[in-house]
Design a protein around this ligand. Sequence first.
Ligand SMILES: NC(=O)c1ccc[n+]([C@@H]2O[C@H](COP(=O)([O-])OP(=O)(O)OC[C@H]3O[C@@H](n4cnc5c(N)ncnc54)[C@H](OP(=O)(O)O)[C@@H]3O)[C@@H](O)[C@H]2O)c1
Length: 256
Amino acid sequence: MKIGVLGVGALTEALIRGVQQSAAPFEWVLSPRSAERVAGLRQLPGVRVAPDNTSVVAECQTLIIGVRPEQLGTLLATVQLRAEHHLISLVAGVKQSELADRCYPAQVTRMMASIAVAYPGASVFFYPQQSALSIPFQQAGYGVQSFATEQAFEASMLSVCVNAWWLEQIQALADTLVAQTGMQLQEAVSLLAAAQQESAVLLQQHPDRTPAALAREIGTPGTYTARGLDYLKAQQAEQPWVEILNQLLGELKPRP
Ligand SMILES: NC(=O)c1ccc[n+]([C@@H]2O[C@H](COP(=O)([O-])OP(=O)(O)OC[C@H]3O[C@@H](n4cnc5c(N)ncnc54)[C@H](OP(=O)(O)O)[C@@H]3O)[C@@H](O)[C@H]2O)c1
């Protein structure tokens, strides 16, 4: 698969590096801005840098837009899109219908990912479903999920945000382990990362059971796990997480 990139930033760099180290790398043509980043990426096999945005668009039918929302207008003013172009937008918060209007007559698909795309095995999300995109990303080793509604797709962005929230929790727990046991921070982080990986394995292996049911299966009465579950429940520890998720989902709801 050949992809042109308009706006090579932190996320697109991660994506390109991840895909290029996979078993099924793509061919990439990059816009030249962000000189330092682009200079590093052009060393990778299969990656070229075009002289300008116009050349990227002339050469590639599939294009990733990797700019920030406020940079989108300026970017689109520099390119002439045609019906054969398929734009994949990473731009958070800009709806598919708005993108389709602004990029007419090109086809538009929204994509979401996190910086973890630097490693095959991470997940990418699409709206609407696009097998022309899903298949090459699956072949490159990525978990691909597509959504029937744009609101569900927006939730995928928040699931990416939750990753960072979990990382903050891991930091706090790891700091406690270090302070109480004298172990190295890296050792503590490894322990907690392994525990989190095990929760993911349990969830994947038991799709018939809810996360809460699995938690109670691990935390049988009288165990340390059960004491922790009971304490966190009594403190309503999940409440701030639910509150911020609700708030952000509300902001992403389509306006009438
Ligand atoms: N970073 C994440 O984890 C993440 C996660 C989910 C979604 N996203 C979305 O992904 C998009 C990119 O995020 P990012 O963090 O990768 O941003 P970023 O690092 O700021 O990258 C944006 C890049 O686009 C370049 N650019 C701006 N205008 C351009 C133009 N007219 N022509 C060519 N290149 C242009 C910028 O160059 P200059 O530096 O020269 O301005 C910069 O290199 C955003 O819309 C964001 O909402 C990001």
